[in-house]
Design a protein around this ligand. Sequence first.
Ligand code: NAP
Length: 296
Amino acid sequence: MAVLINNLCVIGTGLIGGSLCLALKEAAAVNTIVGAGRSEETLQKAQQLNIIDSYETDISEAVKDADLIFVSVPLGAMETVFEKISTGLEQAGNTKAIITDAGSSKQLVQQLAEKIFTDISAGGSDRFVAGHPIAGTENSGPAAAFAGLYKDRRVILTPTDETDSDAIKLVTEMWQKTGAAVETMDAEHHDKVLAATSHLPHLIAFGLVHCLENIDDIEDVFRFAAGGFRDVTRIASSDPTMWRDICLNNQQPILDMMKRYKDELDMLYNALEAGDGEKLMEVFQHAKQTRDKFTH
Ligand code: NAP
């Protein structure tokens, strides 16, 4: 049986791109994988770990024969990477390549694709399918990648009315080969939902650790850190560049969620200051019921 993807080009061979490569190899869904990115050191490491078969340091060169291009670099690097992809495809006369990405916010990535991929196969950005795997860890780089990252996880695709249906089909099948379930929604809805479920929790974790850094007994705070502290702050070990870029790329939805959370903290502050145990109990009970309902 023919493999799903003949030539895959992965730009950014870290946790997300590397895990995709390993999963597709395990599923025998790909013939060859060319890696590209920023530093040669990372690409060499990815090759040593058998994540990619070969690499190119020049992104425009790497995409020339690609059937599918997967972009998994920080959001702040997307624009430059898209420009290099566009140049490479045009120079090579590659009119078949489908492009997708893994960026954690989707409206600005879609806008970039529409601005830059104006001429791929004269179909504009139609063969670009914006995507976001809802999977990850606080670790980064090729050494953090593993084949099972996407198993039983969800991947959200945010195609537009113009997106080519064959492109959506291929990207959907690619993710299904990794064991993920694929859903589609519009980019605006995606950005609102993810601001609540992923971006706000990361800001809370970063902010909590940062505010504790400045108190006097810092040594003891970390020495006696119990399960609750570890659970809430694990994601503060995530890559700062990636999270700066996510915040700047999904600014308004995140600000809306932060405002909501600030109001909630104020309410809890006032309840505690007033010694209002009934109010605290009501909030904790509701929160427990809600979490139990959605996580069990
Ligand atoms: P990562 O492990 O740090 O890997 C990022 C990769 O991009 C590295 O290979 C890096 O190469 C490369 N890169 C960085 N800057 C670049 C540039 N200017 N030009 C070209 N390549 C560059 O990050 P990741 O966790 O895989 O995240 C990648 C993308 O997936 C991000 O857009 C993120 O929003 C999204 N995402 C992440 C998660 C998560 O939990 N981690 C989940 C879903 C989606 P160097 O090593 O040479 O810098």
